[in-house]
Design a protein. Structure first.
Length: 485
C-alpha cells in the first residue's frame, strides 16, 4: 500500500496520482450502468404493455424516476456514516459496487414492478455507498493546498460522463432492438467490469483510503442496529398503508431529504470535535447547498421532463432513422467529455486568479436558468416537431452550467470538511443533488405539452434569481470560508 506522501507526490496519471485512474474507472463503469438504466427507466414505466413497458401514468413514472434519483443521493448519508464509523471509504465503496450489480441483475431478471422495486432499492443504496466515498477518496489523493485538486476533480468528472455517454447509447440500442430487460442486463455487465477494474487497482489509493476516521464503539452498535430496523419498519408501514405511493414518492423523498440535510448540518455544526474555523467553513456551505439544490432540480429533469419531451415533442429523425429516446441522455455527456479537460486546464492556468467558488456556483445556477428559458422559442409546436439541434444547444448550456458547479462542488465539500466529518461533508453535497433530483420528479407533475411556456419560463426565472443572490452575497460567503477558495 502506498503511503500518503507518495500518493500526493505521484504524477503518474496525466500529472495526477495513479489512484485517480482507478477511481476514474470504477466511477465511469458505475455511471455507465446508472445512466444506461436511468435512460430507459421512465419509458419502461409508462410505455404500454405491447411496447414492453408497465403501462403506468406519466406522472407516476416521473415521480418514480425523480424519487429514485433522490434516493441514490440520499443514501450517501448511510454510505458516508458506514465509511466514517465502520468500514472506511475504500471497503464501503467495494461492497457498494457489489450491491449495485445485484440491483441491475434484479431489473434484468425479475418481472414487472417486483424487479423495479428490488432493483431500484439495491442500486440506490449501493450508489449512495459508492458515490460519496469515491469522491472522498479522490480528495485524499491531494494535500489541502495542492493546486491540482480542482483539475483532478474535473478529470474524475470526465470519467463519470464518459460512462454517462456510453450507457444510454448501448442500453438504448438493446432496449430498442431486443427489449428492456436486455438493456438492464447490459447495465449489470458494466458494473461487473467496473468492480473487477477497481479490485485490481485498490493498492494505488494510499494508506488514508482504509482509515476509519471516527470508529463506532462496540457498545453503541446495538443502538444503531435498532435505529436501522425501526427505519425499515416505518418505511414498510408507510407503503403498506398507502401513505407512500408511487405517485407521491418524489414529494416524500424531497421532504425526507430536506429534513436529513438540516439534521446533518446540525450534527456537524454542534459537534465538539469541530474547530471554530471548521464550523465557519461549514456555515459557508449552507448558501452553496441551496444554490446546488436549485441547479439540480433543473438539471435532473433530463430524466423526467426531457424524457417525455424527447419522446413526444422532439423530432428524433436522423438521416431517415428515428434514434432511441435514451440517446438524448448522451448529448450532455458528449459535451462534458469535450469540455471537462478544457475547464480543468482553465482552472489550472488561472490558478489563484480563477473566479471564487461562490461566483462559480452563481454562474452555474444562472446559466441553468437560461437553458430553461431557451426552450421558450420551441414551445407551442405539435408532436415530434421540436428541432433536435435546438435541444442540442440547450444541453450545451446544461453542460456549461454543470462544469461551473458540479465538479467544483465535489472539490469544495472536501476542502470545507472538518477532519472528523470528511465523508459526511461530501454526503451533504450529494444531499443537495438528492433534494434537487426528487424535486425534478415533483416539478415534472406540472409539465404537459399545453403549458410549456409558463413551465419553462417560471422555473428558469427562479434559477436565475438564485444565481444573482449568490453572486451578491459572495463576499460574505468567502469570509466564512476562511481562506478556502
Amino acid at each position: 500500500m502506498s503511503t500518503s506522501a507518495e500518493v500526493t507526490r505521484d504524477k503518474g496519471f496525466f500529472g495526477h496520482p495513479r489512484g485517480l485512474a482507478n477511481l476514474f474507472g470504477v466511477e465511469m463503469w458505475e455511471r455507465f450502468s446508472f445512466y444506461g438504466m436511468q435512460g430507459i427507466l421512465a419509458i419502461y414505466l409508462y410505455y404500454t404493455v405491447d411496447q414492453g413497458g408497465l403501462a403506468q401514468p406519466e406522472a407516476t413514472a416521473t415521480s418514480v424516476v425523480g424519487a429514485y434519483g433522490g434516493m441514490v443521493y440520499l443514501s450517501t448519508i448511510v454510505g458516508a456514516w458506514v465509511a466514517d464509523r465502520l468500514l472506511g471509504a475504500e471497503r464501503t465503496l467495494f461492497y457498494s459496487a457489489i450491491l449495485i450489480m445485484i440491483g441491475h441483475i434484479s431489473l434484468a431478471l425479475l418481472p414487472g414492478l417486483t424487479g423495479v422495486g428490488v432493483g431500484l432499492v439495491c442500486v440506490a443504496i449501493g450508489s449512495g455507498g459508492l458515490k460519496g466515498n469515491a469522491s472522498a477518496l479522490v480528495g485524499t489523493l491531494y494535500s489541502e493546498k495542492d493546486e491540482r485538486r480542482d483539475a483532478g476533480f474535473s478529470l474524475f468528472y470526465m470519467g463519470i460522463n464518459l460512462g454517462g455517454f456510453l450507457g444510454p447509447i448501448f442500453t438504448g440500442l438493446a432496449q430498442d432492438k431486443i427489449g428492456f430487460h436486455y438493456g438492464f442486463g447490459l447495465a449489470a455487465l458494466g458494473m461487473a467490469i467496473g468492480l473487477v477494474q477497481y479490485t485490481i487497482g485498490r493498492r494505488n489509493l494510499g494508506e488514508n483510503a482504509g482509515v476509519v476516521p471516527s470508529p463506532l464503539p462496540a457498545a453503541e452498535r446495538p443502538k444503531f442496529i435498532g435505529i436501522g430496523v425501526a427505519v425499515v419498519a416505518v418505511v414498510l408501514a408507510a407503503m403498506l398503508t398507502g401513505l407512500v405511493t408511487a405517485a407521491n414518492l418524489a414529494d416524500v423523498v424531497a421532504g425526507v431529504t430536506a429534513v436529513a440535510a438540516i439534521v446533518l448540518f446540525g450534527v456537524i455544526l454542534s459537534s465538539r470535535k469541530v474547530e471554530p474555523v471548521e464550523r465557519k467553513r461549514v456555515l459557508s456551505f449552507i448558501p452553496m447547498f441551496i444554490a446546488s439544490t436549485a441547479f439540480w432540480s433543473l438539471f435532473q429533469q433530463q430524466f423526467t421532463v426531457l424524457t417525455i419531451y424527447s419522446d413526444k415533442r422532439l423530432d428524433r429523425n436522423l438521416f431517415g432513422w428515428e434514434i432511441p429516446v435514451s440517446w438524448v441522455s448522451s448529448i450532455n455527456p458528449v459535451f462534458i467529455i469535450v469540455f471537462a479537460a478544457v475547464f480543468a486546464a482553465l482552472w489550472t492556468k488561472l490558478g489563484p486568479r480563477q473566479p471564487s467558488t461562490p461566483i462559480k456556483f452563481a454562474l452555474g445556477t444562472g446559466i441553468m436558468g437560461l437553458a430553461f428559458l431557451a426552450f421558450l422559442p420551441m414551445t407551442g409546436g405539435g408532436a415530434n416537431s421540436a428541432p433536435i439541434l435546438g435541444l442540442v444547444g440547450i444541453l450545451f448550456l446544461f453542460t456549461v452550467a454543470e462544469l461551473m458547479l458540479s465538479p467544483i462542488g465535489l472539490s469544495l465539500s472536501t476542502k470545507l470538511a472538518p477532519k472528523v466529518f470528511r465523508s459526511q461533508m461530501v454526503a451533504l453535497f450529494f444531499l443537495s443533488i438528492a433534494l434537487g433530483s426528487a424535486l425534478s420528479g415533483s416539478l415534472a407533475e406540472y409539465y404537459n405539452e399545453n403549458n410549456e411556456a409558463p413551465y419553462f419560463g417560471v422555473i428558469g426565472g427562479v434559477a436565475i434569481a438564485v444565481g444573482v443572490v449568490i453572486a451578491v452575497i459572495s463576499p460574505f460567503i468567502r469570509k466564512l470560508m476562511s481562506g478556502v477558495r
